[in-house]
Design a protein. Structure first.
Length: 207
């Protein structure tokens, strides 16, 4: 994955999701709801996700001892805690880390689109983009944990309990709890908008 490809992926998503002028006029009649928690989550995690994905695609230069490792110094610890991020996975050409990171980039482009449509354009359809992105975040994190469980903790089971709790359980738990709350928040917005649309259609048919 090159930076040019990442930028092309984001620009393609922007083209595909940008609403037409008529759609904007129609949806602007339904005010977009801004939720501080959702926006803060995206603002904080966007650079983290890009940083994490870049670590994977920069291997082996991003590994401890590599010439680019200074950009990812905290991974000197984490690559030995979670072997998915370590030299073993890279040596055996495990496809899961780069595949996950590719999806992270797609997800991050959607995060950016949500912030743009919600805070700049004021398009109520932003909730749908944010909901889809958060669902991706949540499902991938659950998948990540499920994969460890079904392989008998093959990538993190070598750690002692304190190390596992601090560096693996807490971070992954955080990436499940907060997206779950945000999915619930945006899901309520989508359901409310659908209800309003249904009422409007019913009234129109009655006249």
């Amino acid at each position: 994955m090159t930076p040019q490809l990442s930028m092309h992926t984001c620009s393609s998503l922007l083209t595909l999701t940008y609403p037409s002028d008529s759609s904007l006029r129609r949806f602007k009649s339904m005010a977009v709801k801004i939720h501080p928690l959702v926006s803060l989550w995206f603002l904080v995690t966007i650079p983290v996700i890009f940083w994490d994905a870049a670590y994977i695609f920069a291997r082996p230069r991003s590994f401890e001892g590599g010439d680019l490792h200074w950009i990812w110094k905290p991974y000197a610890i984490y690559q030995n805690v979670d072997l998915v991020y370590g030299t073993e996975a890279y040596a055996k050409q495990d496809g899961f880390p780069p595949a996950q990171s590719f999806l992270n980039i797609i997800e991050n482009c959607m995060n950016i689109l949500y912030l743009y449509y919600a805070h700049v354009v004021g398009w109520s359809g932003a909730s749908l983009i944010g909901f889809a992105s958060l669902t991706m975040t949540l499902s991938k994190t659950v998948l990540y944990g499920a994969n460890e469980y079904f392989c008998n903790y093959c990538s993190c089971g070598h750690n002692d309990w304190n190390t596992l709790f601090v560096y693996w359980i807490l971070p992954n738990g955080f990436w499940i709890v907060v997206p779950s709350i945000c999915v619930y928040i945006l899901g309520k917005d989508i359901a409310s908008n659908l209800k309003l649309a249904e009422v409007a259609v019913t009234k129109k048919k009655a006249t």
